[in-house]
Design a protein around this ligand. Structure first.
Ligand SMILES: Nc1ncnc2c1ncn2[C@@H]1O[C@H](COP(=O)(O)OP(=O)(O)O)[C@@H](O)[C@H]1O
Ligand SMILES: [Mg+2]
Length: 349
């Protein structure tokens, strides 16, 4: 096992395209670190540089405490799994998992021991004679993981390995992958554009946009204390509400705004009027949409919550101070201000 450290890493493909801009990250040993961001933000490029498939323009990559910039992929003690899995279609599951061991000239008996160990951990020991074409997407993904696991790498690099699965299968695959990583304790860097995967699986999340690191922290830190508007709105579905107020933006999550009558601590809350309301019943919850000072906002309520007003009417809402985050309108950065400074009047509308 090992830590991975990235120092001032830059990847410039051309004058127009800089995919990774001066990124610094230090993982902990055994950590599950997620690289999260929209398509094209540089996640795969960053992962491929760590794996040795792409040469950095500048900066350093350390695995353990060794600079690996000039080492080829096979000398880095890493194993990569991609979205496509890249299994050999003409080989059985056993043949696919054995492949990297054969290439490494490991004695046959020891190969078989490792294959048995990896396939048991991943629950595919009953599929060893099948070919990839005879497997479900989830099973193929587990074969790809087993093939990476038998190499007993210091670091796993996974690039959107679940994105070929349907939504239902993805939830259980998340659970399996997370249990598997916690069990073997191998440092893992996992790329995804899916915030649910990132929140659910990572010890920490590194949020990227336009090749820049926006924030790194635990899922709770990223969700509750976003450092800028990009992070605040990239995580959460629906995302954080942002209401312009002078040169600031007042941010609060949909679950933090409720009809005034429901607020537990009204003294330490700000009131808003939600105009022109519309509701969406979603089975497990109800979304209440409306305008606050001309900005569309949304409140997340229990599914059985009864809103006395009709569609199109106005409702008095409130948000407790502790749930409010303030952002600078010009820079998009969190100001870290206590909300009380902004709202001496107690109400915005
Ligand atoms: N080999 C390449 N040559 C030129 N540009 C590339 C290459 N690979 C990626 N890019 C560009 O770098 C940026 C980041 O790409 P990528 O790392 O694949 O993003 P992500 O994985 O977050 O979707 C994109 O603008 C992409 O078009
Ligand atoms: Mg990618």
């Amino acid at each position: 096992m090992a830590t991975v450290e990235i120092r001032h890493l830059v990847k410039q493909f051309s004058d127009e395209v800089t995919a990774v801009r001066d990124i610094n990250i230090l993982t902990q040993d055994g950590e599950f670190l997620v690289l999260l961001g929209p398509s094209g933000c540089g996640k795969s490029t960053l992962l491929r540089m760590i794996g040795g498939l792409e040469q950095p323009t500048s900066g350093q990559i350390l695995i353990g405490d060794k600079v690996v910039n000039n080492l080829p992929p096979r000398a880095r003690s890493i194993a990569m799994v991609f979205q496509s899995y890249a299994l050999y279609p003409h080989m059985t599951v056993h043949g696919n998992i054995a492949f990297p061991l054969k290439a490494g000239k490991i004695p046959k008996a020891e190969q078989e021991k490792k294959i048995h160990w990896a396939s048991t951990i991943l629950g595919i020991d009953n599929l060893m004679d099948r070919r990839p074409g005879q497997l479900s997407g989830g099973q193929r993904q587990r074969v790809a993981l087993a093939r990476a696991l038998v190499r007993e790498p210091d670091v796993f690099l996974l690039d959107e390995p679940l994105s070929n699965l349907d939504a239902q299968r993805r939830a259980s695959a998340r659970d399996e992958l997370q249990s598997f990583q916690r069990e073997i304790g191998t440092t893992t860097i996992y790329v995804t554009h899916d915030q649910v995967e990132a929140m659910g699986m990572g010890h920490r999340i590194a949020v990227l946009n336009h090749g820049e690191l926006q924030q790194i922290g635990t899922p709770r830190e990223i969700y509750e204390e976003p450092q800028n508007i990009f992070v605040a709105t990239f995580l959460g579905s629906p995302p954080m509400n942002l209401i312009p107020h002078g040169d600031r933006l007042i941010g609060f999550r949909p679950e933090s705004i409720s009809p005034r009558s429901e607020v537990i601590d009204p003294v330490n809350a700000i009131e808003f009027t939600l105009n022109n309301i519309r509701t969406e019943y979603l089975g497990s919850e109800k979304l209440l949409y409306g305008d606050i000072e001309g900005t569309r906002a949304v409140s997340r309520l229990p599914a059985n919550f009864v809103i006395p007003e009709e569609e199109g009417a106005s409702v008095k809402m409130a948000v407790e101070h502790r749930a409010i985050r303030i952002f600078d309108k010009a820079t998009g950065q969190s100001t870290g201000e206590p909300v009380i400074d902004l709202t001496s009047a107690g109400s915005l509308t």
